[in-house]
Ligand binder design. Structure first.
Ligand SMILES: [Fe+2]
Length: 366
């Protein structure tokens, strides 16, 4: 016979089991999120934007592409040796150009370790802009505000960004913060410009406004945060490509149903740098992979989970990877770190991206 006391005991035991399962599931998610911080990934994306004949002029027909290595959001904390070693290994890509879109720091004492991680890449022509996390130390965040998309004020102790900037410039990287640059990188003629972090309204596009040099092979705009108002200006001025970070790919994502995209299977997003390089005979496949209409076709190139927020004005569908923004190509990096107060990544692996610039297919009969 069921007494009131035994019914209460059963209810309490069900509640206890449920609570235990909830705590267990929560611990599993947190454990996964911590483990994901070290699952560094190299993405590879092909972008056929060069005029036919560019590779021949530069003596690069054999390679078939120029490589732009895009890094962002290192958020370095002293002692992150695995991250430093992985970033150092990216030099194996032998990039023609390195682009760093900011948020290198998450600690006032991390500049030496950022420079150690980037050291082999600082021998390559490079471009950079900073994010507010280069200027100010991190502060605790309310996760609810993050998920609600509430913007935090830039605050905290000032970080030693000036010394980091000086070290980058001394090694030959070009600061694109409100500056325009024209130069040649391994035969690729580059026109580039950038703005300071628009997420906190530090941007002054007017100081770099105007069309890029029409003689350039590639024109690149840099903005730490992919704010639409800045992308619109780059597009209106005729830039071909913008590079950004900031979103961390959504950082805390939900599962999504993955739609296979032919051509993305060749380079596993989980590949180690050396694995990717071992399969790098790409150019002859580009016409088949891209066809003639390329708009939007790269959107599956940097898989993440379903982003809940982008932490900026861009929509969740363009939280990471290569996408169209009108006539512009925009690439958003997942980044390689997180704020030290939110050391979690879920379905948004830390990553860098190798962008292979190739020639547009010749029009038949031309
Ligand atoms: Fe960041």
């Amino acid at each position: 016979m069921d007494t009131g006391k035994s019914g209460l005991n059963r209810a309490l035991s069900v509640l206890g089991v449920s609570a235990g399962l909830g705590v267990g599931a929560g611990a599993a998610v947190i454990g996964h999120g911590l483990a994901e911080l070290r699952r560094f990934t190299l993405h590879t994306v092909e972008l056929p934007v060069l005029q036919p004949g560019t590779l021949a002029r530069a003596g690069r027909e054999d390679e078939g592409f120029f490589t732009v290595l895009h890094l962002s959001d290192l958020h370095m904390i002293p002692g992150q040796r695995a991250k430093q070693q992985w970033v150092q290994s990216l030099a194996e890509c032998e990039p023609d150009l390195v682009v760093n879109t900011g948020d290198n720091l998450s600690d006032a004492h991390a500049v030496p370790e950022v420079l150690r991680a980037l050291d082999p890449l600082l021998n390559t022509p490079g471009l950079f802009v900073f994010g507010t996390n280069d200027y100010f130390g991190p502060s605790p965040v309310n996760p609810a505000n993050y998920l609600l998309g509430k913007k935090r004020k830039a605050r905290g102790v000032e970080l030693p960004w000036k010394g980091m900037r000086a070290a980058f410039v001394e090694r030959g990287w070009r600061d694109c913060t409100h500056q325009r640059h024209e130069f040649s990188a391994n035969g690729l003629r580059v026109a580039a410009a950038g703005v300071d972090d628009p997420h906190h309204n530090y941007d002054d596009y007017g100081s770099i406004a105007g069309a890029p040099n029409a003689q350039a092979d590639i024109s690149i705009g840099l903005t730490h945060s992919p704010e639409p108002r800045v992308l619109e200006r780059f597009e209106a001025d005729g830039y071909q490509l913008t590079l950004s970070g900031h979103t961390h790919g959504g950082q805390l994502c939900l599962p999504r149903v993955r739609v296979p995209w032919p051509g993305n299977s060749r380079f596993s997003s989980d590949s180690r740098v050396s694995d990717v390089l071992a399969h790098a005979s790409v150019p002859e496949e580009i016409p088949n992979r891209w066809g003639s209409g390329v708009a939007g076709s790269l959107s599956a190139a940097q898989p993440t989970g379903h982003a809940l927020v982008t932490n900026c004005g861009i929509d969740a569908a363009r939280v990471s990877g290569m996408h169209r923004f009108g006539a512009l190509w925009m690439h958003v990096s997942n980044g390689l770190g997180t704020s030290k107060f939110v050391p979690q990544r879920i379905m948004s692996k830390p990553s860098a991206t190798r962008i292979l610039l190739t020639e547009t297919p010749r029009v038949s009969g031309a």
